[in-house]
Design a binder for this molecule. Sequence first.
Ligand SMILES: Nc1nc2c(ncn2[C@@H]2O[C@H](COP(=O)(O)OP(=O)(O)OP(=O)(O)O)[C@@H](O)[C@H]2O)c(=O)[nH]1
Ligand SMILES: [Mg+2]
Length: 261
Amino acid sequence: MEIGIVGKPNVGKSSLLNKIIGQERAIVSEIPGTTRDAVDTRMEYEGNLITLIDTAGIRRRGRIDPGVEKYSVIRSMRAIERADVALLLIDATTGVTSQDAHIAGYILESWKSTVVVVNKWDAIIKDTYTMDSFTQHVRKELKFLDYVPVLFISAKTGQRVNQVIPISLKVQEERLVRLSTSQLNKVLHQAQDRQPPPSYKGRQLRFYYATQVRSDPPTFLLYVNDPKIAHFSYIRYLENRLREAYPYIGTPIRIVLKPRK
Ligand SMILES: Nc1nc2c(ncn2[C@@H]2O[C@H](COP(=O)(O)OP(=O)(O)OP(=O)(O)O)[C@@H](O)[C@H]2O)c(=O)[nH]1
Ligand SMILES: [Mg+2]
């Protein structure tokens, strides 16, 4: 599997990569990136072949010029496109910034899985509540990633770095899970009974049956009377009910509506 390490400049991407390689007694080989933007590192972890993609840093002299931020997002995008799971690094000392949200948006658009990794956890003053309140901050700023695990690490001291690969593998495993058609329909019909779709322009959405047409990412086809009268919030509601049946940790769920012939 491919794990992309993405995030704004200076967040600690290369430090994390180096720490992972240094900590895991893994077979590691560095292969030149397919573009100059990325450095690929291959490793084996408990029988899994993993490629870590580090978004290359940008050479800069002195202060950051205005083009750098935008360009680093483009570099992250390329790493995301090649990845199954993206590690979105957040700097604990700055909190979630608009640039982080921008990269998160791109991960979502690409239907890739995510682990939010809050780095530089050593560098802030903490008490027993800090992790909870930082998690809430992440949930608030990255609203649409509410199914994503959040990990607090220090690439400098190595704190919890050993959890990064296991969590990524877990997320990838969930990404490939298929629900049976009967299980899927049971969940969706129960959801519909519990909360029927709201009517739109005097018409009500009717849902007939569903199938999972693919995994990677999990994609569900729902046959309905008319896709045009489905409301976004109702699709979100169905997605949440599906996640109660199976959490799909870190992975986006795709729901596609089709008119029943
Ligand atoms: N205190 C602290 N500093 C860190 C940590 N991780 C990285 N740093 C420091 O942050 C700076 C940037 O680290 P890099 O690993 O080069 O960051 P990067 O994301 O690869 O940066 P670019 O490749 O330029 O985008 C360095 O000075 C690191 O020593 C951490 O966990 N704690
Ligand atoms: Mg770097």
